[in-house]
Design a protein around this ligand. Sequence first.
Ligand code: AMP
Ligand code: MG
Length: 409
Amino acid sequence: MQAEIITIGDELLIGQTIDTNSAWMGEQLNKVGVEVHQIRSVRDRPDSIVTALDSLHPESRLVLITGGLGPTRDDKTKATLARYFNTTLEFNPDVFAHIDALFRSFGRDLSRLNRDQAVLPVGAALLKNDVGTASGMRFERNGIFYVALPGVPYEMKHLMETHVFPWIRRELQDTHIEHRTVYTQGVPESELAHRIAAFEENLPDTISLAYLPSPGKVRLRLSSQGEREVVVPQVDAQVKALTELLGEVVYSVDEEEMERVLARMLTERKARLALAESCTGGYVAHRLTRIPGSSAWFLGGVVAYSNEAKNAFLGVAPELIARHGAVSEEVAMAMASGARTRFNSDYTLSLTGIAGPDGGSEEKPVGTVWIGISGPEGTRALRHRFGTDRIRNIERSALAAFDLLRKSL
Ligand code: AMP
Ligand code: MG
């Protein structure tokens, strides 16, 4: 089945709300084997909505629409769809009873606007919204199904799960789309492409490879479509070949978050981790503690931003800082071993750098970050040169620290 998505709302076009509905729907549709041809966002205006409906992708058989089903004057979708499908709006007592009950359960009084949400297009299949007041609706014309859902992500997801996916499953033939993702770290996209040129060359025509770079890492996604029994082993074989070819550069297959990979490794080795953070200001600790169960392997960290804090809480000698500077191999190592002693951890990571945008020098430009590790094999530190964007530098520092730990483990 081929589909497309139209999201409706002025707020989407001025960047006030990010269109997360399409992203979620695209991901979920893909999982059930529905191919999405295009995603468009349009204004809350009847002519914009009609123009979008009049210019579908020729192969689309399912059109998912979100937004503009609310009760206020700026919500135009319901009336526009009714006109577009040559029908009228009519009061629906069953839907009204549901809205009324919902308001009672919140202890609130109904307004006329809420009552109007029970006024719905005749002839459309109504998708009952258990968690809100805006009903979903499905129209059909010339073999194309149009499903309109509320914009509120929580309500949209609920209607997709209770009405749309069960319906799709009933309608659908058994084609399967297989996606597998190999996650790499520390090697730029162009260099990766160079390393796997022969692999890419020999990839069967039925399998496609996509490069998806983001700061510090590149996702390599292998995809194929067909009968499940055929495509799953085919893609799996290519994933194995690619993983072997790239070796240590691969930090995970199908698991995006490096910290989850680390959590597994630390748990397996019964190793406990501590941190000494300067330029990341606790960000590394935050990312690790987002993982459920992190208390099993994460002991704690020191955010030692000033030189005084590096001395007082990590035992970094002032002379060392005076001689080499706070952003140096020596200080990164002293931070790591200082924290390791104090926390009595198996491994400690340290980060000290110039996040920017100011504060660099010729010798130590903005983006210079030293990352140290102290563990059973001793203490060492590596220098990185990131860019000039502060937030990206913090992000990349965290990833590089995770990568150093992963390789040490
Ligand atoms: P509406 O159904 O148009 O009244 O939208 C209700 C709320 O849902 C809006 O205030 C938005 O914050 C949110 N919303 C609407 N469309 C989207 C979308 N495509 N992605 C994420 N949130 C949305
Ligand atoms: Mg709206």
